[in-house]
Write a protein that binds this ligand. Structure first.
Ligand SMILES: CC(C)(COP(=O)(O)OP(=O)(O)OC[C@H]1O[C@@H](n2cnc3c(N)ncnc32)[C@H](O)[C@@H]1OP(=O)(O)O)[C@@H](O)C(=O)NCCC(=O)NCCS
Length: 288
């Protein structure tokens, strides 16, 4: 039996140890220094009062870190990392942590809880299913093995870029994507818009570009993209915009593109992207 405490009641040292030990051997999270972990918590907007740490005596042995966000008029609690120290796995600690998280979400007024899990992570899937989470979508992480070919210039369209928060005012902005792909999580990114000659927004893409210390393009991540409802030749428009947004970078990745967005997946396939990891988006309603 472990004791559960919220993150706002534990030391930095214990929180970091719960994280690093919890993700030991897990392919998608490396060990962090305290400075890296604190930056990670701030970047992911982790809320300490709904994040929980398990202790066996004085030893921190697992964590579920979470954040809360208002999305589409609903209060969404999202899971930003579940991990249990290797020698404590398979003993119910994960179950206790998830149940404690759900209690905190409820107390904080959450309408729905969400998380992402790699499709082959059986222990995690069993844990989440047992706690009432259900698969809501399949998410594809993809990579392009070569630079994306530049888009042809087309005088009918104009491409402009603004800061990501401008997407919040776009009527067809997709709010129903995983939390890491929402504009709030893409700090330092760009919202790239395709405009018609008359200045109407026909499509958008949310990207983040990385550069070397010498300013050379290193990579681009695509977080989401969509076309205005009713637009003609929608897939061609999206391909035009996405190739513009990604061109020039030697390495391009697309993050968690949902199966419920077949158009973006088709555009990525036509540009040469291939899946590297598949995840499930899972949801659990918090209200009876
Ligand atoms: C996923 C994880 C958090 C589960 O925590 P846990 O404390 O082992 O959870 P529980 O003991 O409550 O067990 C959860 C389920 O996994 C199963 N399980 C545990 N260890 C397992 C293993 N090595 N192989 C297969 N299944 C395993 C349990 O049988 C249980 O399923 P059941 O209740 O239907 O029998 C833990 O395995 C872990 O930290 N893994 C590494 C990090 C990770 O994958 N995090 C999840 C990211 S989404």
């Amino acid at each position: 039996m472990v004791e559960i405490r919220t993150l706002d009641r534990v030391s930095f040292e214990d929180g970091l140890r719960a994280w690093n030990d919890g993700f030991e051997g897990y392919a998608y999270a490396g060990r962090m220094t305290l400075a890296e972990w604190l930056e990670h918590l701030a970047h992911d907007e982790i809320a300490p009062e709904v994040s929980v740490i398990a202790f066996d005596g004085a030893r921190p042995v697992g964590c579920v870190l979470s954040g809360m966000r208002e999305t589409g008029g609903r209060k969404v609690a999202y899971n930003g990392g579940t991990g249990v120290a290797a020698e404590y796995r398979g003993k119910g600690v994960g179950g206790q942590l998830i149940e404690a998280s759900l209690e905190r979400y409820r107390a904080a007024g959450a309408d729905v809880a969400t998380l992402e899990v790699v499709t082959t992570n059986e222990p995690a899937l069993r844990l989440y299913r047992r706690a009432g989470f259900e698969v809501a979508d399949r998410l594809s992480v993809q990579e392009c093995p070569h630079a994306v070919a530049p888009a042809h210039e087309d005088a009918q369209y104009r491409i402009v870029e603004f800061d990501p928060p401008t997407l919040a005012g776009l009527p067809f902005y997709r709010q129903d994507v995983p939390w890491q792909c929402q504009w709030q999580s893409v700090a330092g990114g760009r919202a790239v818009y395709l405009l018609s000659e008359r200045g109407e927004t026909l499509a958008y893409a949310l990207v983040r570009r990385r550069h070397t210390a010498l300013g050379e393009a290193m990579g681009v991540g695509l977080y989401q993209a969509a076309v205005a409802p009713g637009a003609q030749e929608a897939q061609d428009l999206l391909r035009h915009l996405v190739s513009h947004a990604l061109e020039g970078a030697p390495r391009c990745v697309a993050m968690n593109i949902p199966a419920s967005d077949p158009m973006t997946l088709a555009v990525l396939a036509s540009l040469g992207f291939r899946e590297t990891v598949a995840q499930f988006l899972m949801r659990r309603e918090m209200r009876p």
